[in-house]
Design a protein around this ligand. Structure first.
Ligand code: F0G
Length: 500
């Protein structure tokens, strides 16, 4: 399908500024963004978010050297908190940009703030968005994520996903089925964080609420991404909520049915590319640049800020007792970067007393990060990806440099698992009654492998992330023949089936 079939007129925007973005920002938006900078992961160059003053002609996603960017800002307590006399001025903000690695004494105050918000009623009264924001598992941590005026925030709300105790020891009697997962993993204290319980069924909503908030603040009319399916479903939903045009680029024939259905149903312009995700990614970056459409892949550093909330929420659910390990599937490496950054900041803010180790798991058919790790990151490997787990079918991950930093500083590890191991792990998660999409099962397959080879100890506290909902993909790894049993509507016929 040609690009102009979505109503864009190619060429018109090229070099000619930005017909999809407001040229003048309101002063409250300006104020909020003026304290935020973007630092290049590769060469450390620093950029203001608002280049060119009040008129944002084109948002910056990369450094002039080509490197990806990372958000830097000071963290401030809300003004109402600052006015309370018991709180010392020096405890009220922490400046990471100043390279200050002295642990501040503010950890207890931050914990108190977030715990107070988490205890607000889960159903908010109509029309009071403040409660909605406190109820969001992303905006509850807004001072650490994107401190912009609340009227710009575009939230469902999202987050507040389950953290299931599934280890051999931390599974109570009412969860006897869930214990099968702990037995399979070989872990006594094991938790699964189910990000498939987000509004559109994947962790992508955490980054998208922040990305679309930025788009709203910049006055964007259109937003776009390349996707293996979940980012596009999320973008389509949040763009529809905010009244923006959503445009998604998908690898044709390689997106699970549930995800494609979501993009179409939410009304995004859905462009299927004859190529893979890496081709779609290259194209969307060029098109957004040319047309001034706001890019919402995890190349956009504000998406990463939102996904940090997975890390903060896990820590809060564990009463701020950091686990020994955090394990997750790795594709484009945005999530590895985000959760690692959250843990680093939580440690620097004294929210937690130690950094968890991060284990990023790839499919053997899409393992560029694993191959680089095996070479001590001396080289950035890329591959032609081919795995049954379509969500992570990515050969040239955009957030490579960010994720490398996370693995190195957390003394983490990168592992690979075969498609057979992924499907076997998925069957265990599904039969336990929790369920997940194929890519998510990479987590359990990886844990099992790391425990078996002794890297992960049986008594260590481990959290694994399930990234997407079972309903996303009703084909891969689900026994299709089970739905094939059709019988006459008689007791006799049903008895015969049950006796088999
Ligand atoms: N699990 C699921 C279910 C995903 O959809 C993705 C990525 C990942 C894991 C990997 O996360 O890219 O941050 O390393 N899906 C993207 C998408 C690429 O377009 O939906 P990552």
């Amino acid at each position: 399908m040609a690009i102009n079939s979505v109503g864009l007129q190619l060429g018109q925007g090229a070099g000619g500024g930005n017909k999809h973005l407001k040229s003048n920002l309101p002063s409250d938006a300006m104020d909020a963004l003026s304290s935020i900078s973007l630092r290049c992961i590769e060469c450390s160059s620093l950029y203001p978010v608002l280049e060119g003053g009040q008129s944002v002609s084109s948002p910056r996603y990369r450094c002039t050297c080509g490197g990806v960017l990372d958000v830097e800002m000071k963290f401030h307590f809300p003004k109402t908190w600052q006015s309370q006399p018991a709180r010392k001025e020096s405890d009220m903000f922490f400046d990471f940009a100043a390279g200050n690695d002295e642990a501040p004494t503010a950890g207890a105050l931050w914990r108190q703030l977030f715990d107070e918000r988490a205890s607000s009623p889960p159903i908010w009264p109509m029309g009071t968005d403040k409660y909605l924001l406190d109820c969001s598992g992303v905006w509850r941590y807004r001072e650490l994520i994107l401190p912009v005026p609340e009227q710009y925030m575009v939230s469902r709300p999202e987050g507040n996903t389950g953290l299931y105790p599934v280890g051999i020891e931390n599974c109570s009697g009412g969860r006897i089925g869930h214990r099968q997962i702990g037995i399979y993993a070989g872990l006594e204290r094991f938790f699964l964080k189910h990000e498939g319980e987000n509004p559109t069924g994947s962790f992508k909503d955490r980054g998208m609420t922040v990305g679309v908030t930025m788009a709203h603040l910049l006055g964007a009319k259109a937003v776009a991404c390349a996707s293996t399916g979940n980012t596009s479903a999320s973008l389509a939903s949040y763009a529809a909520q905010a009244g923006m045009q959503g445009i998604v680029f998908l690898p044709a024939g390689n997106v699970a049915g549930g995800k494609l259905a979501q993009s179409l149903a939410y009304g995004a312009d859905t462009i299927q590319i004859r190529g893979d995700f890496d081709d779609a990614m290259k194209l969307v970056e060029q098109v957004c640049d040319e047309e001034g459409i706001y890019l919402l892949n995890s190349l956009n550093p504000f998406r990463i800020e939102g996904q940090k909330a997975i890390g903060f929420e896990i820590l809060q659910q564990l009463d701020w007792q950091a686990p020994d390990w955090l394990v997750l599937p790795a594709g484009n490496l945005g999530n590895t970067s985000a959760i690692g950054k959250a843990f680093r900041q939580a440690y620097q803010l004294s929210l937690i007393s130690h950094m968890p180790r991060i284990a990023a798991i790839q499919a053997t058919g899409a393992n560029p990060f694993y191959q680089s790790f095996k070479k001590n990151f001396s080289e950035k490997v890329s591959v032609r990806a081919n795995t049954i787990a379509t969500a992570i079918n990515i050969g040239n991950p955009v957030s490579f440099a960010r994720a490398k930093q996370v693995i190195e500083e957390s003394e983490g590890i990168v592992e690979e698992v075969t498609d057979e191991e992924i499907l076997a792990a998925k069957a265990v998660i599904d039969r336990a009654g929790i369920g997940c999409e194929p890519a998510s099962a990479t987590t359990l397959a990886g844990v099992r492998k790391l425990v078996a080879c002794g890297v992960m100890k049986r008594d260590e506290r481990v959290v694994g992330v399930l990234t997407g909902n079972l309903l996303k993909d009703s084909k891969v790894g689900i026994p299709q023949q089970a739905s094939g049993i059709v019988v006459e509507a008689t007791l006799e016929a049903v008895r015969r089936v049950l006796a088999q």
